[in-house]
Design a protein around this ligand. Sequence first.
Ligand code: COA
Length: 258
Amino acid sequence: MPEWDTVRLDFNDDVATLTVDRPDRLNALNVETLHVLRDAISAAESEGARALVLTGAGEKAFIAGADISHMQDLSVAEAQEYAELGHEVTDMLEQFPAPVIAAMNGYAFGGGCELSLACDFRVASENAIIGQTEIDLGIIPGWGGTQRLSRLVGDELARRLIFFGERIDAQDARAMGLVGEVVAHDQIDDHVAEMASDLAERPAFALQAAKEALNQAHEGMQSAGLRYERRLWSSLFGTHDQREGMAAFLDEREPEFN
Ligand code: COA
């Protein structure tokens, strides 16, 4: 099994677990980590995983989003490339030929929330705080959030979450349908492992077919929407609000938007 610095891939029988492992950065996804995630998802598939779990290392975060220090000075063309890479990873999760469960064991903001949206199931620990917080950085969700969120929570709530950048707790996320269930923090790993091994024992071809058919219900409109989102997202790079929003986060001060 290959080994990487920023992502761990572990197998327990037919269940593969991907752990994003940058706890000092709250598992934020820089370019290297996205490349590794891509390789690790492929490795899980070629090793025959019958269920895949995605989680974050450490006690605080699932994934605190795209890496703001990387994004701060990107040009439009570089942002487009970064968006393509994020979309590649979310597409791989969505199209993985077996069920994928996001074990949301802490902060899930921006791109972290978006990765979970591409999974089949979202299980949150009671400590999880979740949000599409990009507006505070002068940008929008760029890894599928504008397309996938409303399917779970409805259009009005998706607009609330994206326009206000609200950070909601696990129980509110459950009430909105953003996560399927909430479990005690110290039980999330066991709970998700049990769910994943239950799935892994079910008929694999039928599960794959069910997943493909359910995905197909959204496919046509979604791929056009995802392309549109990537273009709009990248076009915000270089604006005053994007540069200021990200600089303010890194300087730990309030942003002054236009
Ligand atoms: N990108 C890059 N670095 C990040 C990050 C991100 N998305 N999220 C957190 N970090 C870094 C912080 O800058 C900090 O670095 P430092 O130790 O060099 O100062 C470190 O991770 C720990 O985060 P910190 O903010 O000190 O922890 P906290 O417990 O006070 O707050 C959060 C945690 C998640 C509430 C806060 O980090 C946050 O709001 N992060 C940004 C979330 C976001 O907007 N994500 C969307 C990006 S598209």
